[in-house]
Write a protein that binds this ligand. Structure first.
Ligand code: FA5
Length: 350
């Protein structure tokens, strides 16, 4: 009897050597271990054996069954490993140190003008400040001489959070914090406050070619003794001629903002239509770009600075509109469109 089991085991060993895939392996499994398989078939001849022989033979067959199952499982594992190895070897060589072959990304035009403006103002001694997009009513309005129910709030309706905070409608919202941050150096050490703070602004606004509900501004302030409108005009002119690298027609007209006195609107001649009038400039030939003025005494006071001793100017540059003019983008909405086809045309020209 032991001979029969030994013979089957040898046969199976030989057969498994020639098996080269999972389908063949399954056929072998059924041939030997299936319900009508060769190993199970051995048990059929047991009926003529004595009880003692039945016991020994039954044990042998069971052992063979277990061994056969193990041999088949091992072969399955071997086939699986060979398959993985084949796949690895067929993969193209991958060099982790080689540079990516993907197309390079590009900076957003607003990022480009923002960086350019930062560079210009840094070269004139201004610090660049970062500020939160979620601010309090005090920061955005009250500290800027715009009490509750003041009509100036109508022009800057924005998005409110349930806790009373709001998405800032203007970068001026950072003014109070900047004054408080630098007032000691100003008062004790005579260091003028010269800061710019670019940031994203939000307004509940009907959109058109020159208005978005989300746009960028860059605020700038300078506070010291004897700061006058001529200082303001000097910095505005320098900034515009550096950004555009050519002479730009500008006009200064009176403008009302509760946090400056006097206040101005600084417009530039529309560079899209050359001043003839188009949808980008609401057909006026001029584009409101940078309102500005002398900081209101109440605003300085709220920032802990004595208006009897110090004066200053502030401006709120429309960075998104500046990007439109610089890059000839006719519709402001294109800048927030996320269209890579239009945005990838812009490159850092530095
Ligand atoms: C202000 O936001 C004032 N905080 C500016 C200021 C600062 C005045 C300091 C005086 C002193 P205004 O709402 O006009 O002002 O916006 C300033 C500039 O932001 C505009 O000239 C324009 O260029 C840009 N701007 C305003 N609203 C939008 C909008 N919806 N979409 C795109 N740009 C806008």
């Amino acid at each position: 009897m032991a001979e029969q089991t030994m013979k089957l085991k040898q046969e199976l060993t030989e057969k498994l050597k020639s098996v080269s895939d999972a389908i063949q392996l399954d056929q072998v499994r059924v041939e030997y271990l299936g319900k009508n398989g060769l190993i199970t078939g051995l048990l059929k001849g047991m009926k003529d054996l004595s009880i003692e022989e039945k016991k020994t033979f039954g044990q042998e067959v069971n052992e063979l069954k277990n061994e056969a199952a193990e041999m088949i499982a091992n072969k399955g594992e071997e086939l699986k490993n060979a398959e993985i190895l084949k796949e690895i070897n067929s993969m193209p060589e991958f060099d982790v140190s080689s540079p990516a072959k993907l197309d390079r990304g590009s900076y957003h035009p607003i990022t480009l003008v923002q960086r350019q403006c930062e560079k210009i103002f840094k070269s004139m001694g201004f610090t660049v400040e970062d500020y939160s997009e979620v601010v309090s009513d005090y920061e955005c309005f009250e500290s800027l001489n715009i009490p509750k129910h003041h009509p100036a709030r109508d022009m800057q309706d924005t998005y409110y959070l349930e806790n009373g905070q709001l998405l800032k409608s203007q970068t001026s919202a950072a003014q109070n914090a900047i004054y408080k941050k630098y007032k000691d150096a100003l008062i004790n050490d005579g260091v003028p406050i010269k800061a710019i703070f670019p940031g994203r602004c939000f307004r509940n606004e009907a959109t058109d070619a020159c208005h978005e509900n989300t746009f960028f501004q860059m605020e700038g302030v300078m506070v010291d003794k004897n700061i006058s409108i001529s200082n303001l005009i000097f910095f505005m002119k320098t900034m515009l001629s550096e950004v555009f690298q050519k002479d730009i027609k500008v006009r200064l007209r009176p403008g009302f903002f509760p946090f400056v006195e006097p206040g101005f609107e600084l417009d530039i001649s529309c560079l899209i239509c050359g001043g003839d009038g188009c949808p980008s400039c609401k057909h006026s030939g001029w584009l409101e770009l940078c309102p500005c003025g002398m900081i209101h005494p109440e605003v300085l006071k709220a920032g802990g600075i004595d208006p009897e001793e110090y004066t200053g100017f502030a401006f709120g540059l429309g960075l998104t509109r500046l990007a439109m003019m610089k890059y000839g983008v006719k519709d402001i909405r294109d800048l927030n469109s996320g269209s890579l086809r239009s945005l990838s045309q812009f490159t850092d020209d530095e």
